[in-house]
Design a binder for this molecule. Sequence first.
Ligand code: SF4
Length: 434
Amino acid sequence: MAESALKLADGREVSLEEMRGFLKEAAQEYPGLRELRLDLELIGMVKLTYLCLTLWERLHGARAGGAKVVGKFPANPPDLYYGCGVIPADPFVHAMAYQVFTGDHSLTEEGRAELSPEACAWQAAANAAIRKGMVPLDAFYPFIGPWCTNTPYNCENLLEVLPDAHFLDQPFFPHREGKEENALDYMVKEIQAFAAQMERLTGKRTDMEEMRRAIRTGNALRQKMRRLKEYLKLEAVPFSALDFVFAGLLTDDWVADPMASWDVLDTICQEVGERAAQGERGKGIQEDSARIFFCGITTCDLGVYNLLEDLGGTLVGLECIWNIFREDVAEEGDPYVGLARRDLSIPFTQPMGDRSAVIVDLVREWGVEGVIFDCAYGCNYISKTARYVCDVIKEELGLPILILDTDLPNEHRKALEEKIEGFLEIVRSSRMRA
Ligand code: SF4
């Protein structure tokens, strides 16, 4: 039976009843909590939503107690930040969650006015949330995946309000023959520069034992997400699409509380495991749903994952979020080398042929019947790779594919609905022909 109370890093213990009462009240302020289908029958999802909605307040509290909070990009390993004695905070994911819950997209509009009308909504919302002090940061120090063309520009723009803004630069195609050693060496030096900057910020030396402890915690969390992913392979998928996406995205920065994050994922694993043992499907998943894999970048229009299920599909895998959890960091040897290797293993940094081969393997492994490639508006590099990746999948596996363009939550809902509905019909008719 899942443990119901949640122990927080600040010493408080919140009962399930208190969390449910908090969410009931929050539903007045956050229409998204009423409109989105999150499975709040799962205790783990109640804990996760509670942690998400209290994150900024807890960060303010931690700073008031002397902690330093540093902004990171999704997929940057929280292990490194905690190992350096600072709390990582992901303004991209949490500013978007705020917009989805409130139904108010003004953060994106304000951020686009600062950055560019063509900035992706993730970057724009993060920019505005940092400028307004909603995400309280002492420094902003994301790793820049070479696939994300928007982050360096955002970093430069934020210097105006946050003088301690830097970025850790990752090489492209680090596993090309003849380049591997240089790429690793470059990345390790970038991580050392990050640690030196964190020492200046905290006034403390980085303790390598602390770093190893943080890496072990990070691996334990990643393993939990990998366990959840295994459940998506079942014929009766026991975990709904939006819940899976939330579990992956919202724990990306460990919601300012590593042990509470571990508790959330552990609780969800237990509950979903019990459902799987009973052959129960996740909330909203219909019998005999079409099994869909999502490529590209996770859409900001998170309601699309509910829509997919309403129209008779089920999510059985994702490329983007999966990149965050697929590899552990080596627990032996130099922690900086382990962290660098893990980051360089992210398939988005690889040539398109290598990345497509990874996707084809995943699509085979998950028993996928159709693929949706999401081109988040403003995500230039990933969108430009859509055609290539989709052609490889079609050639290798002959599956139906849909390329979608999405931007703000609930935008162009009717058109999206028609596209996904038509696509699922094609998936079902190819199933009948097979
Ligand atoms: S959607 Fe693309 S451009 Fe925007 S933050 Fe993500 S990777 Fe970067």
